[in-house]
Design a protein around this ligand. Structure first.
Ligand code: ADE
Ligand code: ZN
Length: 336
């Protein structure tokens, strides 16, 4: 299996319906149904907000360090089976602290899961603290302050939740503080918001990666900037289809246009429990819809490691591994 890095997934979006039921029972929280199939049948969305309403409602079942451990461990086990060798996971800390959960419970549970998954399967994991943009910049600043006692438990900051109406520039001060702390910086931009949000994320927040970025393709000058500065775009095909931020038919997805522009794109799952699959499912769906060949899939996998925050020697080692894998596949094709 082709090794990949998963750089755009929300830990809270990996809460499978079965785990939702288990944790609701463990914590005595009521749900509209205790049948995972009935719960899953609700996963039909009109847009980002209609999804976020369900996502925030469901996360109420995750309360203790043990719950966070179980959630992260389940994701890392599934991701490892999908070929993921590096997972940089968004954690929406505010969606927990708002409910009275202590940051320590979140970080302790997730850090322990990362350590155990790493010793079990060799997967490397990291957390990106993601600010909920619709709660505003003061709440983001307070969240960074609450998280800094756990500075060793996360590697960067991100920006997610409802996009339109909450431009990146609102968060300039908190991103400046994060940079001063030596944290990596990424932001969701151009998912529902326009190219102006992507420009702001780059120029005002100084982000190193854009999450989604699909609408950047509407602005040729921005496309040139992304290409020239090798800014990674973390693209999530099944999410785009489920949230109608992309075409209903993946055959019409924007990915080929991004590749044709020589952008540093890679494929990720966003919220795998809600959008119909993990990173392997996303890769298979886009491969089938666009008839991508092995060389293109290998390039997407190389891009994922090149876009990661792994130390340089580990990035190069993973890319060399893909080169060997791709070479072996080619010679198998020749023989076959
Ligand atoms: N939070 C979880 N998934 C998200 C997405 N796709 N966009 C913005 N915020 C999110
Ligand atoms: Zn996302």
């Amino acid at each position: 299996m082709l090794p990949v890095a998963e750089l755009h997934m929300h830990l809270e979006g990996s809460l499978e319906a079965e785990t939702l039921v288990t944790l609701a029972q463990r914590n005595r929280i009521s749900l509209p149904s205790y049948d995972p199939d009935v719960l899953r049948a609700r996963y039909v969305f009109d847009d980002l907000q209609s999804f976020l309403d369900v996502y925030y409602e469901h996360i109420a079942v995750v309360r203790t360090a043990e719950d966070f451990y179980d959630l992260a461990r389940a994701y890392l086990t599934r991701a490892s089976a999908a070929g993921v060798r590096r997972a940089e996971m968004f954690v929406d800390l505010q969606s927990h602290t708002q409910r009275g959960i202590a940051p320590a419970a979140v970080f302790e549970g997730v850090s322990a899961a990362i350590a155990d998954a790493e010793s079990e399967s060799g997967i490397s994991g990291a957390v990106i603290l993601s600010f909920l943009r619709d709660l505003g910049p003061e709440a983001a600043a307070a969240t960074l302050s609450a998280a800094l006692p756990f500075r060793d438990s996360f590697i960067g900051v991100g920006l997610d939740s409802a996009e339109v109406g909450y431009p990146p520039s609102l968060f300039e001060a908190v991103y400046r503080r994060a940079a001063a702390e030596g944290l990596h910086r990424v932001a969701h931009a151009g998912e529902e918001g326009g190219p102006d949000y992507v420009w702001e994320a780059l120029d005002v927040l100084g982000v190193e990666r854009i999450d989604h970025g699909n609408r950047a393709m509407e602005d040729p000058a921005l496309v040139a900037r992304l290409r020239d500065d090798r800014i990674p775009l973390t693209v999530c095909p099944l999410s785009n289809r489920a949230l109608k931020t992309g075409p209903a038919d993946l055959a019409d997805h924007i990915l080929p246009a991004m590749l044709a522009e020589d952008l540093l794109v890679s494929i990720h799952s966003d919220d795998p429990a809600y959008f119909g699959g993990y990173v392997d499912d996303n890769i298979a769906a886009i491969r089938d819809a666009l008839a991508l060949d092995d060389a293109q899939l290998a390039q997407l996998a190389r891009n994922s490691f090149a876009s990661s925050f792994l130390p340089e020697e580990q990035r190069s080692a993973r890319i060399a591994e893909i080169d060997r894998f791709a070479g072996a596949t080619e010679s198998a094709d020749v023989r076959g």
